[in-house]
Design a protein around this ligand. Structure first.
Ligand code: DAH
Length: 426
């Protein structure tokens, strides 16, 4: 279990550098990681025994272990303790993410310095895994960091799992052939995009047959995984074409769950250059990536993403002794009352909503539940824009007092006007 001492032990003691998991990094003017986010780097919830994210991770890893036996493969190597600080090359360039991609902006990504970021996705570790290739498959699970809006399903730190699988290209027909017993049974409905289509083309360096074989292997692997996880005899799966700069073709997988389509994971045939540059010229492969919280929330019935970070025994006791194979349904212990406060201000041109959200989080921590834009107005003469946000406050473990909320709101007002260059109204 987490405790305050471990969390408080992380801090930027020397403002010129910061130490994360025993490695020291110099900081520069790009550094934009607030202390509350830095503190999260030690938590690694996916490694905490009895934590729902750890349960889900173990369940998926178990599935792949069994699956690889079924397909006669040497299996998937698990990597789950990689340092969250990666280079800009690892996170973006190596994956062909364009230089002007909005995800690179300091309003979206946490920078340690000009060349290092807190990883925004587990794909940042693809090359590293492939460079030391000692198994055909990899499952990389890690905490990832993105500046984001505030609501019950978004949190600036979440967890992803990346799957990678490669084949000997010369032996692809044999290696990608799957036993008939694994083909999707008739009661599981699979619809959507074809493996090969003109609008979602493969790579020039691959033959159509290769793309088909790798694509089909990827899809069957993921279909087996969700059948196992959701354990629903009448599961419905839908494939959509998608685009990722590091795969071609690329797809998104959705499952029908509790009366709606739920986006589950992005995937595709890996860009050959990634394999070629990591000493795997003779191989071809696929990759996928998905968020663990999204699945854990629907599977275990966890209504708010902040609960994963809660230290409340009433949350943890429900998962502590759960076995990996059974699905625990979370019993909400009570929802404490919420209260809201509005804030409105004139915005400078450089205004970015993620920066505002970050200030609110920094001040209110997990006592903020949602931040919603409720009004936006541009003055007809001055052309200045004013925004009004409603901040919903609620703690997961107690009732907030009026005084406490008033004082948080006052600090939010001050910090927002200091840090976001806005002019408060009213
Ligand atoms: N890294 C992507 C994201 O965070 C997810 C992803 C998509 C991973 C496609 C993959 C992939 O490996 O092939 O949105």
């Amino acid at each position: 279990m987490l405790n305050r001492a471990t969390i408080d032990s992380v801090s930027a003691k020397n403002p010129e550098s910061l130490t994360v998991l025993d490695r020291e990094y110099p900081t520069d003017s790009w550094m934009n990681i607030p202390p509350s986010i830095l503190a999260k780097t030690v938590c690694r919830l996916h490694l905490q025994p009895g934590h729902p994210l750890n349960l889900l991770k173990a369940r998926i890893e178990d599935h792949f272990e069994k699956f690889s036996k079924d397909i006669g493969s040497k299996g998937f190597r698990v990597k789950d303790s990689l340092n969250p600080i990666v280079t800009v090359e690892q996170n973006f360039d190596d994956l062909f993410i364009s230089k002007d991609h909005p995800g690179r902006r300091p309003t979206d990504t946490y920078y340690v310095n000009e060349g290092h970021v807190l990883r925004t996705h587990t794909s940042a570790h693809q090359r590293e895994a492939l460079r030391t290739r000692d198994a055909p498959g990899y499952l990389v699970t890690a905490d990832v960091y993105r500046k984001d809006e505030i609501d019950t399903s978004h949190y600036p730190v979440f967890h992803q799992m990346e799957g990678i699988y490669t084949f000997d290209r010369a032996n692809l027909e044999t290696e990608a052939a799957l036993p008939a017993s694994l083909s999707t049974p008739a009661n599981v409905e699979v619809t959507g995009a074809k493996v090969c289509s003109e609008t979602n083309p493969g790579q020039d360096v691959h033959t159509l047959r290769e793309t088909e074989l790798v694509g089909a292997h990827l899809r069957t692997s993921l279909e087996c995984m969700v059948r196992n996880i959701f354990d629903d005899p009448n599961l419905r799966i839908r494939w959509n074409d998608d685009y990722f700069p590091f795969t071609a073709p690329s797809w998104e997988m959705e499952v029908w769950y509790q009366d709606r389509w739920m986006e589950l994971c992005g995937c595709g045939v890996m860009k050959q250059e990634i394999l070629d540059k990591t000493g795997n010229e003779s191989r071809i492969g696929w990759a996928f990536g998905f968020g663990l919280e999204r699945i854990a929330m629907v599977l275990y019935g966890i209504p708010d993403i902040r609960l994963f970070w809660s230290m409340d025994e009433r949350f943890h006791s429900q998962f502590k002794n759960a076995s990996k194979s059974s699905v625990v349904k979370f019993q909400p212990y009570s929802k404490y009352p919420s209260c809201y406060k509005d804030i409105s201000f004139w915005c400078p041109e450089s205004y970015h909503e993620n920066e505002f959200s970050e200030v609110v989080r920094e001040v209110a921590g997990d006592r903020v539940e949602t931040v919603a834009l409720i009004d936006k107005f541009t003055h007809p003469k001055t052309k200045r824009t004013s925004r009004c946000y409603r901040i919903q406050y609620r703690a997961m473990d107690r009732t907030l007092t009026n005084e406490e909320v008033d004082s948080i709101q006052e600090s939010v007002r001050q910090m927002v006007s200091d840090k976001c260059g806005v002019e408060l109204r009213g």
